[in-house]
Design a protein around this ligand. Structure first.
Ligand SMILES: Nc1ncnc2c1ncn2[C@@H]1O[C@H](COP(=O)(O)OP(=O)(O)OP(=O)(O)O)[C@@H](O)[C@H]1O
Ligand SMILES: [Mg+2]
Length: 235
């Protein structure tokens, strides 16, 4: 049984249509990548899953209908969203930002264990824990945003363009962490414009163009497709 099942998902912004019937699944523990050009609807897809924007169609998680569920309940179901542009609280410390991800929890030991997990993935955050988030580099801030989402102990992590605008070295570190998170059993729905990096880590890929899924398959099968190679891999 899939962890996340989306069928015929439609999202409108006023009269404009952003998603035109998207069907997609994520299996437990799977890392699924979503590629697509600017404006394709990638961010909208993640926002629909976390119920930040209204959507029609079928949206089910662990076999439960997410449709009627308000956004603030979704985290409690096990879906944590690391949004586009990171959205940290710049004046708060790294540690306070991380702890905001655990705001629904009261299991002290579990929270402490998850904080250790985040510091294990991103050791620099332990060193910087008392620093204001605004003083971190872009890549380090992205690590905080991912760490904050992990502090909700998700079974599905939604990642929106974690590598955008980040220096090469930190980008590698972030993709290594994404793979580690999947290897530890957390399913991930990863939106990326860096097709090469996404295809290197993902188990399966969907290509979203103009609000529709145009291709899906394993990274290897998509890399065999000439149109995908030209449009997304530039070769
Ligand atoms: N709040 C909004 N109000 C109106 N239109 C919106 C809103 N948010 C997104 N859109 C439109 O919906 C479409 C899909 O946007 P979305 O942000 O999902 O694309 P994206 O694939 O994430 O793009 P990018 O790669 O630039 O982040 C675009 O045409 C966008 O202009
Ligand atoms: Mg986007």
């Amino acid at each position: 049984m899939p962890l996340l099942e989306i069928e015929g998902l439609v999202v409108h912004y006023g009269k404009a249509i952003a998603l035109e019937g998207v069907t997609l699944t994520v299996e437990p523990g799977e890392l699924v990548g979503v590629l697509g050009p600017n404006g394709a609807g990638k961010t909208t897809l993640l926002k629909a899953v976390s119920r930040v924007v209204p959507a029609s169609g079928r949206l089910s998680f662990k076999n439960r209908d997410l449709g009627p569920m308000p956004a603030h309940k979704v985290v409690g179901e096990g879906i944590c969203h690391c949004p586009e542009g990171r959205r940290l609280f710049p004046e708060l410390t790294v540690l306070k930002n991380l702890m905001l991800g655990a705001y629904l929890r009261d299991d002290k030991d579990g929270i402490a264990a998850d904080l250790e997990r985040v510091y294990g993935l991103f050791p620099v955050l332990r060193e910087r824990r008392t620093q204001q988030a605004s003083t971190l580099s872009g890549g380090e801030q992205q690590m905080v945003a991912i760490g904050r989402a992990l502090m909700g102990r998700p079974s599905l992590l939604l990642l929106d363009e974690p590598s955008v605008g980040i220096a090469h070295r930190l980008k590698n570190e972030i993709f290594r962490a994404i793979r580690d998170i999947r290897d530890s059993g957390t399913a991930i729905l990863l939106v990326e414009q860096d097709a090469r990096s996404a295809m290197a880590v993902a188990d399966r890929i969907y290509v979203l163009e103009h609000g529709r899924v145009t291709h899906e398959g394993t990274p290897a099968s998509l890399a065999d497709d000439d149109s995908i190679r030209q449009a997304y891999l530039g070769v």
